[in-house]
Design a protein around this ligand. Sequence first.
Ligand SMILES: NC(=O)c1ccc[n+]([C@@H]2O[C@H](COP(=O)([O-])OP(=O)(O)OC[C@H]3O[C@@H](n4cnc5c(N)ncnc54)[C@H](OP(=O)(O)O)[C@@H]3O)[C@@H](O)[C@H]2O)c1
Length: 269
Amino acid sequence: MTRVVVITGASDGIGAEMARQLAAREGAQVALVLGARGAPLLDTVAGQCQALGAQTLSVAFDAAIQEDCRRLIRAAMTRFGRIDVLINNAGRSAHALFEEVDDLGWYEELMRVNLWGSVWCTQAALPHLKDSRGSIVAVSSLAGLVGVPGRTAYCATKFALSGFFEALRVELAPSGVSVTVAYPGVVATRIRQRGFKARGEEAGVSALKEEKAMPVEECARLILAALARRQREVVMTAPGKLGRWLKLIAPGVVDRMARNAVKDDLQAQ
Ligand SMILES: NC(=O)c1ccc[n+]([C@@H]2O[C@H](COP(=O)([O-])OP(=O)(O)OC[C@H]3O[C@@H](n4cnc5c(N)ncnc54)[C@H](OP(=O)(O)O)[C@@H]3O)[C@@H](O)[C@H]2O)c1
């Protein structure tokens, strides 16, 4: 039977790479529902997946709008009649010291994209995921486990996302729907260029040393491996794993690690 996988934020970066890897691995056995705002890039990714044998459906949608999230899931059901996996991946970043921000409007916008978009898609897809005893993935971040300076908005969205899906995992255990939360570190995508800056403008450039970033292929592979094993979570990078335990016994050290990880970015602000 064809497995139906819905991926939000599938037009670029980690979401697009997960789509390509699923298509490469499963070919005609997988139907990919690809969602993002920008139709042209979505169609490019859909074409790459079709060339690998997968069926695809591209849906231009804005995760910050509840009705768009419902429409994405309706479109998946109308076309394929079932949903086996929902990967909540769409997200934006944001880099600003809290004191530099006058208008907090974009903090709310970021929360709609990074948290509410995932909640709305999950609510719409849940009856279908229960029917298929399927799987949900939420792409959080190491910034959803540790407070990072210059990331108050982003950390708030990712801590909230992790909290929502941690609780949902326990609620859904009896229904056979698995919930996997992914915690990537710095991954080589254009997310930092697209992130919000203090006045809500797009950053345009990344202030981090991108050569140290995890390749997007590796990140996508780790998430898909965790999904296949129905793992509760996947924490990426050695400092990410270490930081999790250190936070319990030496939280000040973790604060310093977080500051150090973004020191170039802080100097640029
Ligand atoms: N890259 C990293 O270092 C990193 C680290 C930790 C966690 N993450 C998380 O991984 C996820 C994917 O990030 P990425 O690095 O792959 O970013 P990316 O390369 O910038 O791709 C983001 C994707 O999300 C889509 N998107 C953005 N805003 C959207 C909206 N309002 N509605 C629907 N789709 C939207 C984008 O397409 P459109 O702009 O066309 O909508 C694009 O397809 C995010 O949740 C991010 O927070 C990334």
